[in-house]
Design a protein around this ligand. Structure first.
Ligand SMILES: Nc1ncnc2c1ncn2[C@@H]1O[C@H](COP(=O)(O)OP(=O)(O)OP(=O)(O)O)[C@@H](O)[C@H]1O
Length: 300
């Protein structure tokens, strides 16, 4: 992609806090209209990187361009790290009204509150809000600015499943409209549900960046959970299929195989009239890559 059209272009970004190297020559390209996930173990540098994208801190070395402009001159960026900054003594509506006034924004506050699912508590003081409600209000505050790049540190923290679904819907809509979203998360399932691309950081370095699909390959042996209408027949057929190892032959079968052998097993099951009710990797490709890559890096 033409570099000028990238939402984020980072080259050789290094950031130290005293002796601690939080980011170590980080290169990163994020295309517009993407929801990009940032994952990594505690202390990997995720919050530091998101803070640089938001212009809350400045890198010691390297270049960082946001939406084609040097980060210091970037506009259209919003979000939060370490939880949203809110006024606890004000209501949700007044928090957003204060922000809109401060920034000179002409925004429909009720619409934004409804979008994040806070319409019913619009006139409640934020002091009494749960963590999940604060997260949603922080998202509303960012949406008020109609950002072209939205940066969110652990946005799903404290959200119940319905709240998470709601927030994911908002982020998918933003991306569909052309905005770029960068989110950090410790939840691999959330990242897989939300993001097309991911960057894995370990001890301040990028150990993987790219589409989720590139994390796994057909020639990788993985353990799969297999639930069928006839566990004993499935177990027998699995044991008879070349390249498939039965790891656990209970009601819920666990088989180890590469994709071609797994395909062969599926065909045999269908041929034998055994219905497949569930087939999923025991550890998701993202989680497997995360553990593998971050362990390699911390062992260096
Ligand atoms: N303001 C600061 N002063 C000193 N050290 C800092 C500061 N901010 C971050 N660090 C250090 O930089 C490193 C990266 O921290 P960062 O918060 O970016 O990691 P993270 O990936 O967000 O971690 P977590 O998943 O725990 O939130 C850590 O070693 C941290 O202790």
């Amino acid at each position: 992609m033409d570099d000028a059209t990238l939402a984020v272009r980072a080259r050789g970004i290094t950031k130290c806090f005293g002796d601690v190297v939080a980011l170590d020559h980080v290169d990163l390209d994020i295309a517009p209209g993407q929801i990009h996930g940032l994952v990594g173990p505690n202390g990997a540098g995720k919050t530091t990187l998101l803070g640089l994208l938001l212009g809350l801190a400045v890198a010691d070395e390297g270049s960082l361009e946001i939406l084609g402009a040097p980060v210091a001159k970037a506009s259209g960026v919003a979000g939060f790290v370490d939880g949203p900054g809110l006024y606890p003594s004000l209501t949700a509506r007044k928090n957003l009204a204060a922000l809109a006034k401060l920034r000179g924004l002409d925004a429909d506050i009720d619409e934004v509150l409804a979008e994040v699912g806070l319409a019913d508590v619009a006139d409640d003081r934020v002091r009494g809000f749960s963590l999940g409600m604060r997260q949603r209000l922080g998202l509303a505050a960012a949406l008020l600015t109609k950002p072209r790049l939205l940066v969110l540190d652990e946005p799903a923290n404290g959200l119940d499943p319905a709240g998470k679904k709601h927030v994911h819907g908002v982020l998918h809509r933003l991306a569909a409209e052309g905005s770029t979203v960068v989110v950090s998360s410790h939840r691999m399932d959330d990242v897989e549900a939300l993001c097309a691309e991911v960057t894995i950081l370990a001890t301040g370095r990028v150990v993987f960046t790219g589409p989720l699909g590139k994390l796994s390959s057909d020639d990788q042996e993985l353990d799969y959970r297999l639930r069928t209408s006839d566990p004993s027949a499935a177990s027998r057929l699995a044991a008879e299929t070349t390249g498939v190892v039965v790891v656990d032959g209970a009601e819920l079968l666990v088989v180890r195989a590469m994709v071609p052998a797994l395909d062969a097993l599926m065909s045999r099951l269908i041929g034998a009239g055994v219905a497949v009710r569930e087939l999923a990797p025991v550890v998701s490709p993202l989680e497997a890559a995360f553990l593998d890559l971050t362990e390699q890096e911390s062992g260096r």
